[in-house]
Design a protein around this ligand. Structure first.
Ligand code: AHM
Ligand code: MG
Length: 403
């Protein structure tokens, strides 16, 4: 089955929203086919060195970084369902169509230090609802991501996509330039035998990270088994191995990178949606990645992702060090819930006032008062309504403030 047939099956409602989401995913996928073709011949096309530029993150830009970024911009700017694009390689997000439904975020070429030595590299992307009709739609937590995926340019070129909280893998047929389903409904094993971390940073870590690493080599608890180490240095490759075989990948903070190295918007959030959908988890030391409220586009975060039991094990070591990490600000509600959109949400869910109230954590009478406009939901109820709305992402792609 090819990618388009798969998406048509998974998003079978054929609503405008679903069709537009499919077209945005396909625009990204088309672009990754072009990038895959370029990665095959970097040495022949003279495109494997530095572009002699420093990006907004202060990192050296490679020629392939620029080619991949341009390919995504070219493809997405032509898609009328794509409102805008933000990437690691551009200072500020681009807006193509202010009122369109979806935004795309991407790390166009992940693992760029591996290009020159012909090691696996990839593209990571996420798709966000354009809830604010503009740039601020990007600055939202990972709970807003409706879909995410990556391509991995390796021995085979693959495309992994998460829609409707289901993760599947496609392999590029290079002759047809078409992705074909190669793993359906991927579930990450509950635990795995590999840990993945750049141990060159050992002396710069906090003690609790050091203890966790040492415990992987020489476990002390009766239940844990010794793990072996694998580290490619391309997040996409390390994440894909972890997704398929289980285990854990960690890029924790260290003395020289106290916020972590990896980018929340372009790398951590897309992979967190994918890993949690596949039954694993993704955290930043003391909280789930998807709960982090971004403060800026290029924000970095510690990233630990993998099998559920292995993440729990990691958290057991690190929760004692929590106080040394930055407190996260109070999460404010996403939407302003009023009598119109509360009634609309309840009717779309097909729930009576009392069943809806139960879901939110209030009485039937409170729902009645909200819907009549007598009172408004308080902050915590607003957040509960946000999370009910977001958890129904499959049916409710539209902003509830639309009438
Ligand atoms: P990039 O997106 O500019 O290529 O940088 C991110 C990469 C990740 O792919 C990888 O996990 C990490 O940086 C490796 O960093 P280090 O070399 O410090 O281990
Ligand atoms: Mg990267």
């Amino acid at each position: 089955m090819n990618l388009l047939s798969y998406l048509n099956k998974e998003l079978a409602g054929k609503s405008d929203e679903n069709l537009e989401l499919i077209s945005v995913i396909c625009s990204v996928a088309d672009s990754t086919v072009d990038i895959a073709m370029d990665t095959r011949v970097t040495g022949l096309k003279q495109i494997r060195g530095s572009a002699n530029e420093i990006n907004v993150q202060g990192e050296e830009v490679q020629m392939l970084d620029q080619i991949a970024n341009k390919s995504l911009i070219d493809s997405l700017s032509k898609n009328s369902s794509c409102a805008g694009y933000a990437s690691e390689e551009i200072d500020e997000p681009l807006i193509f169509n202010q009122s369109s439904r979806f935004m795309v975020v991407a790390d166009p070429l992940d693992g760029s230090s591996n290009i020159s030595v012909n090691m696996p590299i990839g593209t990571i992307f996420g798709i966000i609802r354009n809830t604010d009709y503009g740039v601020s739609s990007f600055n939202k937590s990972g709970r807003y991501y409706i879909s995410a995926g990556y391509s991995l340019y390796g021995p085979s070129d693959i495309f992994v996509i998460c829609v409707n909280n289901k993760v599947s893998e496609f392999t590029l047929d290079p002759k047809k330039k078409e992705y074909q389903l190669s793993r359906d409904d991927i579930k990450i094993p509950r635990t795995g035998s590999i840990y993945s971390i750049n141990e060159g940073n050992f002396i710069s870590w906090e003690d609790n990270i050091k203890k966790w690493v040492l415990n992987n080599k020489n476990p002390t608890g009766s239940s844990s088994k010794r793990k072996t180490l694998r580290y490619v240095g391309s997040l996409v490759a390390d994440a894909h191995r972890t997704l398929i075989n289980g285990g854990i990948f960690a890029y924790p903070p260290d003395k020289s990178q106290p916020e972590g190295k990896l980018r929340l918007m372009y790398e951590a959030n897309p992979l967190a949606l994918l890993f949690t959908s596949a039954g694993g988890n993704a955290v930043s030391i003391d909280k789930e990645i998807l709960d982090i409220e971004p403060e800026n586009f290029h924000q970095r975060t510690p990233l630990i992702l993998g099998s559920k039991d292995d993440i729990d094990d990691f958290m057991n070591f690190t929760t004692s060090g929590r106080s040394s990490f930055k407190e996260t600000p109070e999460i404010s509600p996403i939407f302003k819930w009023n009598k119109v959109n509360i009634a609309k949400l309840r009717s779309r869910l097909g729930l009576s006032r009392s069943r809806f109230g139960k879901k939110v954590g209030v009485t039937r009478g409170t729902v009645l008062r909200w819907e009549s406009g007598d009172v408004s939901p308080n902050l915590s109820n607003n957040k509960a309504l946000d999370s009910i709305y977001l958890s129904t992402r499959k049916e409710l792609l539209q902003n509830p403030l639309d009438t």
